[in-house]
Design a protein around this ligand. Sequence first.
Ligand code: PEP
Ligand code: MG
Length: 330
Amino acid sequence: EAEAQARERALPARTRDGRSVAAAANVNTPDQVPFALDQGAEGVGLMRTEFLFLERGETPSEDEQAETYAAMMRALGGRPLIVRALDIGGDKQVAHLNLPREENPFLGVRGARLLLRRPDLIEPQLRALYRTARDLVPAGAPTGKDAPLSIMMPMITSVPEVLAWRETCERIRAEIGAPPVPLGIMIEVPAAAIQADALARHCDFFSVGTNDLTQYTLAIDRQNPELAPEADSLHPAVLRLIRLTCEGAARHGRFVGVCGGLAGDPFGACLLAGLGVDELSMTPRDLPGVKARLRASSFIALRDLAARACAQADAAGVRALDGDGTERSA
Ligand code: PEP
Ligand code: MG
């Protein structure tokens, strides 16, 4: 029985009519990797590196960071790993960085904005990552979606930010003598989703952060308990922005992952697959349910489901589409 379940978890998330969606896990430390693999993860779609900085009283050195990234890669044995550069600000404050207090931290110097202002934070991290690539990415390793190591930047809102980010990465890569590493960006601000076609020109992939995309689209603080029921990632406005993101990426042949909470909800995952998302990355324990649901669905029906969801007036209308069986009928 247990063995049958383990076999089932290892099956790919392929719809009945043959559309495969990569199933990945959000994992921050190497010791969590075995559990994620056991749950059916095919890689890590989001390694949040804030945790290296938050759980201790000082900034981790370049060497320490390189050790952690190398340990992650070794634990994954060549499966894809996407490491997100430090995303500080908003709800993630780091006392020892002594950053100025802001009136509205979620709308302040957060994510990419902070990193582009603080070379002392991003450069050691990038050096650690490119050293890992130099030492552990074998010649002839896959590039693109299956690359064993990719790097992404949080909270991007504009093309100039992406250009500055690429330039920094390229300079450090050349200094280290590392092979090229796919460079992606998080899509978690409406401006980025709306301009996805322009941004896709300058990066290798997108990863949609539905937690922040929902917060910024609906203007609801993601931590406000009073408004939690309304902070619904199934809001059609959020889904339409994800649709725009997929369309912009497709125009330049880039792949789209989703690493926010919506990816781990079986119905949400169906909608995302129907919108054309290539990879879903989630909390490891959500993987079996999402994979089973996608395997029971047909992609043609999911595309139709996603189109109808985007046309709903509100999140309740989208939720009402769940369980009417349509995504299962071919
Ligand atoms: C998101 O915003 O959806 C996301 C994945 O990033 P984080 O939750 O770390 O802000
Ligand atoms: Mg986010």
